[in-house]
Design a binder for this molecule. Structure first.
Ligand code: PLP
Length: 359
């Protein structure tokens, strides 16, 4: 039996995708081998990678003047690779600090350039997105970096910042493909795949073409976006099996009706949980209502002495990975695209029962 897995990442994948991967494991489409065993330069795998890119472009309506790169290293590596690839002859970048992942990006970028924290939500414990009119943007900055969904704090942008022509760079690791995005408003969108796309090991970078070619000379070739773009992400061996699974997830998303449909379901799932939290006197969520994440929903019990009992009971009800991140404590339910609404219904029903019997 499959459990309801509320992990923040690596995270739940659609069951039908896993089933198909299992069916194709030993012999992919009559090739007599597993995708894992294929040369990345053979026509079979090149076909798989091309289809994955085409489907991703269709899902997010990526404009023609953007390149989609399939890389390795995760979003953490990109924290260093973003300044390396974008600084050109500039010396500073603007960062907006909305929580734990922003802090990591800021710290890493500081090794390569001057970082200006244009706005910070530290004053209210990272429970909101600072309004655009409070941002102190520097027109000379190489780029403006935001984390559009803070996986740990559960804070999400529901609007697109206006950076007055300076390229906007967004870490979308934990909500990419969960909602419609106007890609043309961004210079770079990036994210690790293991939250909402597929298995760990794959990193997506969507970059506007005119931003390629600004890399510092020290940038490793395997992480130089222009060199990778010129080689269709095959300058070195890409994470082939992760690309294949991501491609199956993209096909699944298209079958579901694409991003418009999945966004509708995500709103419905998140509302179910938030509506319950808001009427409860036992559970609470600290995030400003306008800035709440649809993907990662942290919540607390009125009495943290009950946390362990809550988690144990959840496990007995077939629900796992609800423990909050150690930095914020409490609980967190990550409800990515592949989490069925039945999982959220089961969670709310369990929470009600726990509140009634223990609250
Ligand atoms: C998980 C996560 C990261 C780190 O990703 P890695 O693949 O572990 O490097 C960075 N940013 C956000 C928003 C994340 O959720």
């Amino acid at each position: 039996m499959r459990t309801f897995n509320f992990s923040a990442g690596p995270a739940v994948l659609p069951e039908s995708v896993l089933q198909r991967a299992a069916d194709e494991m030993l012999d992919w489409h009559g090739s007599g081998m597993s995708v894992m065993e294929m040369s990345h330069r053979g026509k079979e795998f090149i076909g798989i990678a091309k289809k994955a890119e085409a489907d991703f472009r269709k899902l997010l309506a990526v404009p023609d003047n953007y390149r989609v790169l399939f890389l390795q290293g995760g979003a953490m590596a990109e924290n260093a690779l973003i300044p390396m690839n974008l600084l050109g002859d500039k010396t500073s970048a603007d960062y907006v600090n909305t929580g734990e992942w922003s802090k990591k990006s800021i710290k890493e970028a500081g090794k390569y350039c001057k970082v200006n924290v244009a706005a910070s939500a530290a004053d209210r414990d990272f429970t909101y997105v600072p309004a655009q009119d409070t941002w102190q943007l520097d027109p000379q900055a190489a780029y403006v970096h935001v984390c559009t969904n803070e996986t740990i704090g559960g804070v999400e942008y529901h609007w697109v910042p206006d950076t007055h022509g300076v390229p906007l760079v967004a870490d979308m690791s934990s909500h990419i493909l969960s909602r419609a995005v106007d890609v043309s408003k961004y210079g770079v969108i990036y994210g690790g795949a293991q939250k909402n796309i597929g298995p760990a090991g794959l990193t997506l970078v969507v970059v506007r073409e005119d931003l390629l070619g600004r890399a510092l000379p020290i940038t490793p070739s395997a992480f130089n976006w222009k060199e990778q773009a010129d080689n269709d992400s095959m300058l070195n061996t890409p994470p082939t099996y992760s690309i294949y699974i991501a491609g199956l997830v993209f096909e699944w998303l298209l079958e579901q009706g694409g991003i418009a449909e999945i966004e509708k379901r995500n709103i419905e799932k998140a509302s179910l949980l938030y509506d319950y939290l808001d009427q409860s006197r036992f559970y609470s969520n600290p995030v400003a209502k306008t800035d709440r994440s649809r993907m990662n929903i942290p919540f607390r019990l009125a009495d943290s002495a009950l946390d362990e009992a809550f988690l144990q009971g959840a496990k007995e009800h077939n629900m796992v990975q609800l423990k909050g991140h150690r930095v914020v404590g409490g609980m967190r339910a990550s409800i990515y695209n592949a989490m069925p609404i039945e999982g959220v219904r089961a969670l709310v029903a369990y929470m009600k029962e726990f509140e009634r019997t223990r609250g």
